[in-house]
Design a protein around this ligand. Structure first.
Ligand SMILES: Cc1cc2nc3c(=O)[nH]c(=O)nc-3n(C[C@H](O)[C@H](O)[C@H](O)COP(=O)(O)OP(=O)(O)OC[C@H]3O[C@@H](n4cnc5c(N)ncnc54)[C@H](O)[C@@H]3O)c2cc1C
Length: 427
């Protein structure tokens, strides 16, 4: 008996989620082709590596699940099956052992994505995965020459339409049949290196509910003076605490030309959005969260010398120039002159927020394919043979390695779902 032809599975979107789905399928001897609209795979992953790739977290169990808020139930099984321990072992096997840094964040030793990605692409090619960069998914194709439906249906044979050769004289459209497809098209932040969210309309046309995409883990816009922005853009404000009225979050923040970025600011995103909708938002920053007002005031009084300028005095009391700059910005350069009043200011520097950074400058995207549309195997219930993974699903998490972790985990989960659906043994 001749053996049946191997199953052909298309992965659309070659970021971390799509490539992890490709690896899982290729290991089960499925014929896998990865399509991506960019000229190379995983460009956002490479971008993430530029600021020190935070691959995953040392959190596990309930603590890990808590980071996914309302989606903890849907992500529990993928995270159990391929969680931080598995991801770290996978990275080490690709020649990139990991270490645990501050606040439990996990990084590859090189702190970059490129060496890991290179080794990964080599391994995928060795497993027989084919790559088709420069292929933009346009929508569903017609099934058969006389097919009257534009959507995949019934027996799982899916037809995908791609534009290829974009910008070249030989640009054209192709229709690709597949036994199943894993979509891993990402969100809509940083469209230069990844997705632009144009898939949303294609899914909605197929009657799939997609929760509106919006920025998550976004910095804030602040009307800094030109002098301050020129001098301090790129400078970290180390170990501060910020609040907008509710939660108080500690950590490091980076000043940018137009505002501030960093985990503590991202964590306030929801509150800031609500405050902006209500008419205005401000961040109260505590520059010395380890010193209460009285101790700070005593320290300032003790370090005062008559001949010192205000800036020298503050520096001697332990404030970085950027922290002094923030206090000057908040008071329009009218710093108070007594130790008590300065301590009061440093414990609560009020900085007006103009807006959140737009979606195209956010670290991640909230919203996406609604989990009501996805069964436990990560198949889109109304589109048999169509699976989805990664950031394009409607989950969200703070920075700290939780984003990439869930992308990898759901990539494995969707591929495992494909294998079950095709009647093949899982990994
Ligand atoms: C500056 C920055 C730093 C970050 N740092 C970290 C970090 O340190 N740790 C962390 O956990 N997370 C980080 N993230 C988030 C993380 O990079 C993303 O969550 C992750 O890349 C999402 O993976 P994904 O595979 O779901 O989607 P993506 O990586 O966005 O990949 C989706 C792919 O689909 C392709 N695509 C989209 N539409 C189409 C189409 N129509 N046709 C064909 N192809 C298409 C895109 O070109 C893209 O390659 C960072 C993000 C940014 C922007």
């Amino acid at each position: 008996m001749p053996s049946p032809p191997p199953h052909r599975v298309a992965i659309v979107g070659g970021g971390p989620a799509g490539l992890m789905a490709a690896e899982t399928l290729a290991r089960a001897d499925v014929q896998v082709t990865v399509y991506d609209q960019r000229r190379s795979m995983a460009r956002k992953f490479v971008l993430a590596g530029r600021s020190g790739l935070n691959l995953t977290t040392s959190d596990d169990g309930e603590r890990l699940l808590d980071r996914y808020g309302d989606r903890r139930a849907e992500l529990a099984e993928p995270l159990r099956r391929f969680g931080p321990a598995e991801l770290r072992a996978w990275s080490a096997a690709l020649g990139e052992p990991t270490f645990v840094g501050t606040s439990g964040r996990v990084f590859p030793e090189s702190l970059r994505a490129t060496p890991l990605l290179r080794a990964w692409i080599r391994r995928l090619a060795d497993l027989g995965v084919r790559f088709e960069p420069g292929h933009r998914w346009l929508g569903w194709g017609l099934r058969g020459e006389t097919g009257e439906t534009e959507e995949p249906s019934g027996d799982g044979a899916v037809v995908l339409r791609f534009a290829t050769g974009l910008g070249e004289p030989d640009a054209h459209e192709i229709a690709v049949p597949a036994d199943a497809v894993v979509f891993a098209l990402g969100g809509a932040s940083w469209p230069r290196v990844g997705g632009d969210g144009s898939w949303v309309e294609r899914f909605r046309e197929a009657a799939v509910d997609v929760v509106a995409l919006r920025s998550a883990n976004a910095g804030v816009r602040i009307p800094w003076t030109e002098i301050f922005a020129d001098r301090f853009a790129g400078t970290p404000l180390k170990n501060v605490a910020v609040a907008t009225g509710g939660d108080r979050v500690r950590g490091d923040i980076v000043v940018t030309t137009t505002g501030m970025e960093g985990g503590p600011v991202y964590a306030l995103g929801g509150e800031i959005r609500t405050a902006l909708e209500g008419g205005g938002a401000a961040i109260a920053m505590d520059l010395t969260p380890d010193l209460d007002h009285d101790r700070l005031s005593a320290r300032l009084a003790e370090r005062r010398r008559a001949k010192d300028s205000l800036s020298t005095w503050l520096r001697k009391a332990g404030f970085d120039p950027v922290a002094v700059g923030v206090m000057r910005e908040a008071t329009r350069n009218r710093l108070p002159e007594t130790a008590t009043a300065l301590a009061g200011l440093a414990k609560s520097v009020v900085i007006p927020v103009e807006n959140l950074m737009p979606l195209d400058r956010a670290i991640s995207t909230a919203g996406g394919v609604a989990f009501d549309e996805i069964d436990e195997s990560f198949m889109v219930s109304r589109l048999p043979g169509v699976f989805a993974a990664g950031e394009m699903l409607d989950w969200d998490a703070p920075t700290g390695g939780y984003l990439l972790q869930a992308c990898f985990s759901t990539g494995v989960a969707a591929a495992t779902g494909v294998l079950e659906w095709l009647g093949r043994a899982g990994p």
